[in-house]
Design a protein around this ligand. Structure first.
Ligand SMILES: Cc1ncc(COP(=O)(O)O)c(C=O)c1O
Length: 472
């Protein structure tokens, strides 16, 4: 072994580095959670960061601890109480340790013998998810790398089923809400659907998809000579956090023999929430469901459950021969998880999910979900009380869209005003929030994912927006 290769695996050198690294991460976490002087994001022009970053060379040029510090300094601090932006989890610190374990063990999960306990843990997590959703004894599923891949996987299974029941040559179509995440139309395209065969059904004033609109769309699609095969319901939408009425849509799917897929990437976690579970009424009737653990359950990206009411649908979509890999006999076949996923090798995400859920307990997740809901309701109330702000729509979840009023501005100037407010507030480092267009108008958008955010922070957010608007 060469000297440098030997050094790369030298545990006597690695141990103090690892201890120092953990200390550095803990110092960072402590500061991000508690230091109000820390900007939520130290915004830098992308070109500058790239130009300043040394190129990769054949010889080592940098120290690991220095690089770690630079990464932390330049990151958006999702542990900062005033991070109220995109839908990523404020990760439980514990999950950093499971990620370390996964990196060291590097058991690839495609086959049982390359991840024995990892496979068992994934199966336990999936079992918990399907049971929390009420999917019944025939349900199955697996974990995959993100909601986008999960939605693709579910629609692939839906198509396999639709094709099994018909002759060839029939043009199939998928119906989605006009509020669906962009990954659904992308999934349709990747599966070979023409752009006009992924049909956006118009949602109502509250951004909900109603069965009357779906019925009209089914009829119009058939009139064009296409067969609608699946409907995607949102639980909840990305932009406003709106839940579609799943029970109502399930009736509609039954009547028209549509596969019901629920994109619960963001909101499926609410199935364990005592106050929001009702938004998911009927989800147990879905044929497939996507559930991102890395959005609402304190876990790092990416950990997504793709869940099926009938195990056979998943098996039918992914069954494959590969003698170099899948050698198990029938008894063990169900444990070769690579037979059910787009991925072959996969990060052992079940370990992170299992350790988080079983050592923190599901009730900790429930507390976290309820906290986010409390913050969202508080912001909605404050906005409604204020004369100088308006709400886009009452929140269902931990997502709130609103905008600052400015008398005398026309709609376009008002849109530019929101974008400008956000850009200036983010640049100041005081808060990190995002924006979204709704029916052609621009809104500020908050997602509450941080257990350290308080109602006082929300009041300060509105005050800060007022100050920025007043040029202070
Ligand atoms: C409703 C919904 N579906 C799918 C996705 C995509 O999930 P991922 O980012 O895990 O690929 C998102 C992400 O925000 C989402 O909100």
């Amino acid at each position: 072994m060469s000297r440098r290769l030997h050094d790369a695996f030298d545990i006597t050198a690695f141990r103090p580095l690892a201890h120092a690294w953990v200390d550095q991460v803990c110092d960072y976490l402590q500061r991000a959670q508690t230091d109000p002087a820390l900007p939520v994001l130290d915004q830098q022009p992308p070109r500058r960061l790239l130009d300043d970053l040394p190129r990769i060379t054949r010889e080592p040029t940098q120290q690991a601890l220095e690089i770690a510090q630079k990464v932390m300094d330049a990151s958006t601090h999702v542990h900062h109480p005033r991070y109220v932006g995109h839908q990523v989890a404020t990760t439980a610190p514990l999950t950093a340790l499971t990620e370390m374990l996964n990196a060291v063990l590097n058991n690839g999960m495609a086959v049982y013998e390359m991840g024995q306990l990892q496979t068992a843990m994934e199966l336990r997590v999936v079992e918990w998810m399907t049971s929390a959703l009420g999917l019944g004894a025939e349900a199955s599923g697996m974990l995959t790398s993100g909601g986008s891949l999960g939605n693709l996987t579910a629609l692939a299974a839906a198509r396999t089923r639709a094709q099994a029941g018909t002759g060839t040559g029939e043009r199939l179509a998928i119906l989605v809400s006009d509020q669906a995440h962009y990954c659904l139309s992308r999934a349709g395209r990747l599966l070979g659907f023409e752009p006009d065969a992924v049909i956006a059904v118009t949602s109502d004033d509250r951004f909900q998809l109603r069965s009357a609109a779906v019925e009209r769309s089914v009829a119009a699609t058939r009139a064009r000579g296409l067969r609608p095969m699946a409907l995607v319901a949102n639980a909840c939408t990305t932009a406003t956090g709106t839940f579609d009425p799943i029970d109502e849509l399930a009736d509609c799917c039954e009547a028209h023999e549509l596969w019901l897929h629920v994109d619960g990437a963001h909101g499926a976690s609410y199935c364990v929430s005592p106050t929001a579970r009702d938004h998911l009424r009927g989800i147990e009737r879905a044929d497939s469901i996507v559930w991102d653990a890395h959005k609402m359950m304190l876990m790092p990206a990416l950990i997504t459950g793709v869940l099926f009411r009938r195990a056979e649908d998943l098996a039918a979509a992914f069954q494959q021969d590969a003698s170099y890999l899948f050698v198990s006999d029938d008894d063990e076949r169900g444990f070769d998880l690579g037979q059910r996923t787009v991925e072959c090798t996969k990060r052992a995400m079940g370990v992170t999910a299992y350790v988080t859920l079983s050592t923190l307990g599901v009730d900790t997740i429930v507390d976290h979900l309820e906290h986010g809901l409390t913050l969202a309701r508080h912001l909605a109330r404050r906005v409604e009380e204020a004369e100088d702000f308006e709400l886009a729509t009452p929140p269902f979840a931990n997502i709130v869209c609103f905008r600052h009023r400015h008398p005398g501005l026309d709609n376009e100037s008002l849109d530019r005003h929101q974008a400008d407010l956000r850009a200036r507030l983010v640049a100041s480092g005081r808060f990190f929030l995002v924006q979204t267009a709704l029916r052609g108008r621009l809104y500020l958008r908050c997602t509450f994912v941080n257990p350290h955010t308080t109602c006082d922070d929300i009041d300060t957010l509105l005050e800060s927006l007022r100050e920025v608007a007043a040029g202070r």
